[in-house]
Design a protein around this ligand. Sequence first.
Ligand SMILES: Nc1nc2c(ncn2[C@@H]2O[C@H](COP(=O)(O)OP(=O)(O)OP(=O)(O)O)[C@@H](O)[C@H]2O)c(=O)[nH]1
Ligand SMILES: [Mg+2]
Length: 447
Amino acid sequence: MDKDIIVARATPQGTAALAVIRVSGESLGSLGLFEHAPLKVARRAYVRTYRGLAGQVLDEVLVLRYEHGASYTGEAMLEINTHGNPHCVQAIVADLQARGARMAQPGEFTKRAFLNGRMDLSQAEAVAHMIHARSEKALALAHKQLKGALGNKIHALSQELIGVLAQLEAHIDFSEEDLPAASLAHWDAALEGLLRQIDALLSNRTYTQRLYEGLKLVIIGDPNAGKSSLLNALLGEDRALVSHEPGTTRDFIKESWLLGDYPVQLIDTAGLREAAEGLEAQGIAKTLALIPQADLFLLAIDGSREVPELPQALQESLHAGNTLLVETKSDLPKLQELHTFLPHIRHVSVSALKGLGLATLKAALLALLDTQNPGEDVIAVHQRHAQALEGAKKCLMEARKQLKAQAFLELVSSDVRLALEFLGEIVGKVDNEAVLDVLFNTFCIGK
Ligand SMILES: Nc1nc2c(ncn2[C@@H]2O[C@H](COP(=O)(O)OP(=O)(O)OP(=O)(O)O)[C@@H](O)[C@H]2O)c(=O)[nH]1
Ligand SMILES: [Mg+2]
């Protein structure tokens, strides 16, 4: 238990109808608050006059008291609802500091909740995701994580692994000849099953990443294909310069865009052509360098002109899973049918000028993204979790290798133990304080 009493406003800065100030610490009584009108019953809302140390009235507040073991942090807590005038909030927070509380660090309430066993680490992380999720699906996934979806799964995996470990350890003193072949086969099958479950969890990573961290969608094509016009049409604003002169866009134009539930960085690029020189050539080099970082491509091809030659490096990066071919300027007469050009990639006709085909284009993009959606059973797997899962996976693969080679069971069991440690990191058996600090620093103050 931390001895300090921490205080922070839980609602945003600025003027509002109400503001909430949270106070947490076992020795709340030492602050000497509301002594003349005690908050007798826990979790009941009381209207009280908040007086400063010198007895001056600071605000009329609504206040709730939470008891040790039955609060967010697990410590004794107060939640003070003040009027949302920043001066009221500031005066009360300053008074609480004068009485002995200190300002909370970002995420410190949640850190205490974790340290006091109110939630596992994956749930504590979910609190931050609940606050920062940028779409409904991301929010739903964070909620599931807060409810313990990942923690429960990890717990189940760990239990299975402990079962295997117990059997391994029970046989450690057996000589190789005495080891029942059936047991070896049984352990191997158990480890294989666990590896399959870990892979299934890891397969949620791309979807989670795209939902929370977003993805890069790059518009590429030859000069004048209508790329910038397409960007503008998708954004619904004139963001990029458009002109009939080829080579208008020289540098990237990046804009945030929400595609369904996915935060997208939409990037317009310089048109690709072989004969470019100077600034234009630099722009093209930058476009080509961007290709490996992109998640999705819109390849703009102007159907009213000859089909362009595309750089080899580009062609190799485009496939049905990451690209849509946008036949632009569909309002103009077609020079030729394009369906034989890159036929393995889905084609969508769009006129940015007339606003035609944009809904179909968005639906086609979402369909591409949905191929990575694990469906109903999805569990959020963030980077830290994925790293630990990869670690566990490596150990279990090593354990299987040792089993097959009929190595000493000690070696197998030490790999299994290590795998268990990796799984433990996900829910919070983190013995490194620095790791926790980094994690909770991403939170807002007051949470
Ligand atoms: N008719 C018609 N013209 C279009 C359409 N989209 C773009 N254009 C015209 O095509 C020309 C090139 O458009 P841009 O959007 O600048 O093309 P770009 O691919 O960004 O060109 P660069 O930046 O030079 O590579 C402009 O004259 C646009 O007005 C369309 O849907 N229909
Ligand atoms: Mg352009």
